[in-house]
Design a protein around this ligand. Structure first.
Ligand SMILES: *[C@@H]1O[C@H](CO)[C@@H](O)[C@H](O)[C@H]1NC(C)=O
Ligand SMILES: *[C@@H]1O[C@H](CO)[C@@H](O)[C@H](O)[C@H]1NC(C)=O
Ligand SMILES: *[C@@H]1O[C@H](CO)[C@@H](O)[C@H](O)[C@H]1NC(C)=O
Ligand SMILES: *[C@@H]1O[C@H](CO)[C@@H](O)[C@H](O)[C@H]1NC(C)=O
Ligand SMILES: *[C@@H]1O[C@H](CO)[C@@H](O)[C@H](O)[C@H]1NC(C)=O
Ligand SMILES: *[C@@H]1O[C@H](CO)[C@@H](O)[C@H](O)[C@H]1NC(C)=O
Ligand SMILES: *[C@@H]1O[C@H](CO)[C@@H](O)[C@H](O)[C@H]1NC(C)=O
Ligand SMILES: *[C@@H]1O[C@H](CO)[C@@H](O)[C@H](O)[C@H]1NC(C)=O
Length: 491
């Protein structure tokens, strides 16, 4: 489970991870009909309630074609319920409805004490999970995308573009019109439509930043990890030249790729480990905090194993995408409408040089390469390109939470969002990893805030020093990714 998640996360640079709350008070003049929550289909869980919200396919054409967005609810047993807490994992591309179902089944522990006071509401963004997921021809999911994303010369650059273009065309073909309407502004409008349909008065969004590109994001934490592996007392490689070892492993794999018969047989992981497998996969370790999903310690072990000739872990972390739907397809679908990767071969090399200069260990390869290569030939327009914004006159207290050493979405992004949203408070977790829900003290601060956002809003500049997550078996570490979610459209 953990491995599946790690593997998928490596292309999952979460651009936002959020928690949205609804106050339970319906507005007095609200004429919206009472929401019709019904038992979800058995494919998800009949213990959950579902609500279909009809929204425009294209918000610029409000009287045109419509689609349904389905919200999912786990009803709390609490006798002193506060309201509903709306969850979204971001990614973009990670499904949340199925997490709620699995939590109910007792196989995930994602909602911690929140479910003791709140109904848990989950809305898969359009293009994701149960809501019109981006589907592609799985034959392209068998390829090692890092080979297409890390070109060494102009020919490889053009071949990479051609590969992703063909992938994109198959996605447009299988997904239908909705693929043209997945940008983040549209997603936000969907959430607002859900709020209205639920008949609740207000929303507080805790973290939302899609409007900036910073190519060097993933480079942030690489040298911290290598230093940890070389010096920390609990590292299996303490006292060794870990940088040198990694360089050696990658060079060797570049020269002679390693066949993985087990993967070939199962079809769930790449049949070959090569240099790009290491370049692309190492990001997965950075995203995950110490103590959960292995993080730094697991990375040190995997370097040691590969050095000794055992590539199993690296192969497992580089999965194939065997189904018609995969979070990475949704991710491209959303990202490609939010970012403008207008780079020819010359500019691509320039970016590569910049990244390499900032983080030599990354060799100029970071996980955003899949976006910049994948989006150039993607069959949709950039409808919500990065732009400046300023949010003022907010009526609700807004809490932003970010980890100082988050390698996917660098801390400076959170600082910027904080400055752009007047009156927002940024709570800093001093620690590694992407996402803070699995960290007890940080999560408690979020919970307290949701219980009473006015009274319990942390003071500006609050820092919680918390590097080790709750435990290895819950939170995001077990966040399940159903690779083939129930298809509500077909039901
Ligand atoms: C949307 O949801 C409503 C309410 O459940 C349902 O009556 C309608 O058939 C759905 N429309 C589509 C296109 O699925
Ligand atoms: C509420 O209680 C029932 C019966 O104990 C249990 O099956 C269900 O999972 C509980 N719901 C939540 C959200 O904890
Ligand atoms: C929950 O458990 C039931 C019964 O074992 C199973 O059919 C269903 O697929 C499970 N749901 C999830 C989301 O894991
Ligand atoms: C589009 O779909 C049709 C029918 O499913 C198929 O014949 C065609 O090859 C597809 N084109 C692409 C580019 O996937
Ligand atoms: C070594 O790493 C662990 C986490 O695995 C951490 O708790 C500890 O503080 C580190 N030791 C030093 C000396 O930094
Ligand atoms: C190779 O690595 C895998 C993954 O860490 C491990 O489970 C397995 O035991 C290792 N095999 C050998 C022969 O050490
Ligand atoms: C600020 O918000 C209040 C209440 O929503 C509204 O009445 C007022 O016009 C707003 N002021 C500005 C400058 O937008
Ligand atoms: C992890 O946390 C859960 C509660 O959420 C607890 O039941 C379990 O025992 C914990 N596991 C470990 C290894 O601490």
């Amino acid at each position: 489970m953990t491995k599946t998640f790690l593997a998928n996360a490596l292309v999952g640079l979460a651009a936002f991870s959020g928690l949205v709350t609804c106050s339970p008070t319906p507005s007095k003049e609200d004429k919206t009909p009472k929401p019709n929550w019904y038992d979800c289909p058995a494919s998800l869980s009949t213990e959950l309630k579902c609500l279909d919200v009809t929204v425009p396919l294209d918000y610029d054409d409000p009287d045109g074609e419509t689609i349904n967005i389905t919200a999912v609810k786990m009803i709390t047993n609490s006798t002193d319920k506060i309201g509903s807490a709306v969850f979204q994992w971001g990614g973009p591309g990670f499904p949340v409805a199925v997490t709620v179902a699995q939590d109910l089944n007792g196989t995930a522990e994602s909602f911690f004490q929140f479910k003791d006071r709140f109904d848990i509401v989950a809305v898969d963004p359009r293009g994701v999970g149960i809501n019109h997921p981006v589907k592609c021809d799985p034959k392209h999911g068998k390829e090692n995308w890092f080979d297409a994303a890390y070109p060494n010369n102009e020919k490889e650059f053009n071949d990479g573009l051609a590969f992703f273009k063909e992938l994109g065309e198959s996605c447009a073909n299988r997904t239908g019109k909705v693929i043209h309407h997945l940008d983040t502004v549209t997603q936000a409008k969907d959430l607002e439509s859900v709020r209205v349909a639920m008949g609740v008065a207000d929303h507080t969004i805790s973290s939302f930043d899609f409007t900036s590109t910073e190519i060097t994001g993933t480079a942030n934490d690489m040298s911290r990890m290598l230093d940890w592996a070389a010096h920390n007392e609990s590292s299996p490689l303490k006292g060794q030249d870990v940088r040198g070892m990694l360089r050696e492993i990658v060079a060797k794999a570049d020269e002679t790729p390693i066949r993985m018969p087990g993967c070939e047989k199962s079809g769930t992981c790449q049949a070959e480990v090569n240099g790009n497998t290491f370049r692309g996969t190492i990001v997965a370790f950075l995203d995950h905090p110490l103590g959960i999903s292995g993080g730094f310690p697991l990375c040190a072990r995997s370097i040691q194993e590969a050095y000794e000739g055992n590539y199993t872990m690296w192969a497992t972390l580089n999965p194939t995408r065997p189904y018609e739907w995969d979070p990475s397809y949704s991710e491209l679908g959303i990202i490609c409408q939010d970012f403008d990767f207008d780079e020819d071969w010359e500019r691509f090399q320039q970016t590569q040089m910049t990244t390499a200069a900032l983080s030599p260990d990354m060799e100029g390869c970071d996980a955003t390469r899949i976006w910049s290569m994948g989006c150039k030939g993607w069959p949709t327009k950039v409808t919500n390109p990065p732009h400046d914004y300023k949010i003022t006159n907010t009526s609700a207290p807004i809490l932003l939470v970010h980890a100082l050493w988050d390698s996917s979405t660098p801390y400076q992004w959170a600082v910027r969002v904080n400055r752009k949203i007047e009156g927002s408070v940024l709570l800093t977790r001093e620690g590694e990893g992407h996402g803070s829900l699995a960290f007890d003290s940080t999560r408690k601060a979020m919970f307290d805030y949701l219980v009473d956002p006015v009274k319990n809003l942390p003071k500006p500049l609050t820092v919680i020093n918390e590097a080790v997550a709750h435990n290895e078996t819950d939170g995001f570490s077990t966040r399940p990714l159903a690779l083939n979610p129930p298809d509500f459209d077909a039901a």
